[in-house]
Design a protein. Structure first.
Length: 229
């Protein structure tokens, strides 16, 4: 019990630097190695055991703005139809994984000025390994991903804010001058579009923004009609 409490506090301390409140939550269906060393230590231990894969525990993130209503989101955030065109995972601190996504803007439904947050931690810099963006592109980062460490594949699940190439997304974002975007409420502000342009929220739990969009606008065309009135 004491160990679990220590691990939870450690996870919170790490991600407080990202301006997020986090809840430690072990990944289901995996053998957790959370709290048993850095990524390098985990990789070396697995290699010594004759294994080439490891899974560390998921960190669920409680994103600010998850309780935002649709009208407020439309006043504050840019709204894009975008598709991920590149993604790459990197170590976060020494014991976690962070994935950066590069998006191409397919359509701009609303464009708002960047809203700085003086009390929040600075927005992280895009890794040099990621290609630079153009005016029609932006970056999003999320906790979790898959990374190779000394020949061992280490994965950290992210069941909330995760994007896949080949899909299009409706996204409410606060876009910084650095082209790094913060998604409104994390998964609450992102919706996958299927082949019929139906909207599917990434957030599985009920929250005002995804519930409103899901129940009032079945398709992208209906959402566009609403914001263009």
């Amino acid at each position: 019990m004491v160990l679990k409490l220590v691990l939870a506090i450690a996870a919170i301390a790490i991600l407080t630097t990202l301006g997020m409140k986090v809840i430690y939550h072990p990944a289901r269906g995996t053998t957790s190695v959370q709290g048993k060393g850095s990524l390098v230590e985990i990789a070396r231990r697995k290699k010594a055991e004759g294994q080439d894969k490891a899974s560390i525990s998921e960190i669920r993130v409680d994103y600010g703005g998850a309780g935002m209503e649709l009208d407020e989101a439309l006043k504050k955030y840019s709204v894009f139809i975008a598709e991920p065109i590149e993604s790459k995972s990197f170590p976060l601190e020494s014991s976690h994984v962070r994935t950066w996504y590069k998006f191409r803007i397919l359509e701009t439904l609303a464009r708002k000025n960047y809203l700085p947050c003086p009390k929040c931690s600075p927005i992280p810099l895009v890794p040099e390994e990621m290609a630079r963006s153009t005016d029609g592109e932006f970056f999003v980062y999320a906790i979790g991903g898959v990374i190779d460490v000394e020949g061992v594949e280490i994965s950290q699940p992210n069941s909330s804010l995760h994007f896949e190439k080949g899909n299009k997304y409706l996204m409410f974002v606060n876009l910084a001058p650095s082209q790094v975007a913060e998604v409104a409420g994390g998964p609450a502000g992102a919706f996958r579009l299927d082949e019929n342009d139906s909207l599917h929220p990434l957030m599985k739990e009920d929250a005002p923004l995804p519930v409103k969009v899901r129940t009032q606008f079945g398709r992208l065309s209906e959402f566009k009609s609403h914001i263009n009135r």
